[in-house]
Design a protein around this ligand. Structure first.
Ligand SMILES: [Zn+2]
Length: 119
């Protein structure tokens, strides 16, 4: 499951930034997971649970993971209809054309994190 390496990457990004900002303990990590990002929230939580048990300095079992879902949205370039696509390649629900651009739903990134300089 690639969520394991994604979670490792998230923790690395947060750890690096926390170090720069003098934060020694992270209490919450917020991550945006788009519906079309190919990331499974359940698997991501499982991976986080695994890393919580690893005795990392930066986070432990009190650290929260907040997953913010981002709905998929597409817009037809012809009639400008906005709709919820099932896949990355979407057919406009009005004119049936495949010339739609994805407006949202592909995001996968750390939105923010909270922590303190006390361990
Ligand atoms: Zn259309």
């Amino acid at each position: 499951m690639h969520e394991m390496s994604l979670m490792a990457e998230i923790i690395r990004i947060v750890s690096d930034d926390a170090k720069v900002n003098g934060i020694r303990k992270v209490s919450r990590i917020s991550v945006i997971v788009g519906d079309l990002s190919n990331v499974l929230p359940d698997a991501l939580e499982l991976a986080f649970f695994y890393f919580q048990k690893q005795g990392l300095v930066i986070l432990d079992e009190t650290t929260e993971l907040e997953l913010i879902s981002e709905a998929a949205k597409a817009r037809c370039r012809k009639c400008l209809l906005e709709f919820t696509p099932d896949y990355r390649v979407a057919l406009c629900q009005k004119c049936g054309l495949p010339h739609c651009e994805l407006v949202s739903g592909e995001t996968f990134r750390v939105e923010s994190y909270e922590g303190s300089d006390e361990v």
